[in-house]
Design a protein around this ligand. Structure first.
Ligand code: ZN
Ligand code: ZN
Length: 159
């Protein structure tokens, strides 16, 4: 038997539990890392947030990463939304990039988070940005990629 278990995630994207249905003792209304509220269903459609994929008799040791988007309604989860907004604001504050470069970069941020046909393009734009953007922007975009980029983007960025 195999199925997705239910996850409990804080609004900033810290995973409290990837199997809260099997381990109700892990339940907590707030995150112990950042103090934010925790959720176990999508705020938009109330579907259970997918935790790990449980396969009977098999232990998965890969690190669990909270999903970026709801599998049922396609809306970004609060932590994805926050990460995107935060990266966007940071890019807008940059003093080295032209407005066009800023827009181009902001446009591909969602393609850094999840693998899409535009992920390669996103990686190229980020690499360029890291070369020409101001120090704080470059650091911020780098940190954003470390925290939220999909595996493919991380590999291509050498993170
Ligand atoms: Zn947290
Ligand atoms: Zn949803």
């Amino acid at each position: 038997m195999s199925h997705y278990r239910q996850a409990l995630i804080c609004l900033n994207g810290h995973c409290i539990s990837y199997s809260i249905d099997d381990h109700p003792e892990h339940n907590a209304p707030f995150c112990s890392k950042c103090g934010a509220e925790t959720i176990r269903v999508c705020p938009n459609c109330q579907t259970k947030i997918r935790g790990d994929y449980y396969v009977e008799g098999y232990t998965d040791f890969r690190e669990f990463k909270p999903p970026a988007y709801c599998h049922n309604c396609g809306k970004p989860f609060p932590w994805t939304e926050k990460a995107l907004t935060c990266a966007k604001e940071l890019i807008y504050e940059d003093e080295q990039l032209t407005n066009q470069q800023k827009e181009d970069l902001i446009n591909v941020l969602p393609d850094v988070i999840v693998e899409t046909p535009r992920t390669n393009l996103a990686v190229i734009r980020i690499k360029k940005c890291l070369l020409i953007a101001g120090k704080y922007t470059a650091e911020g975009v780098r940190q954003f990629s470390i925290d939220f980029a999909c595996e493919l983007a991380k590999k291509q960025l050498g993170l």
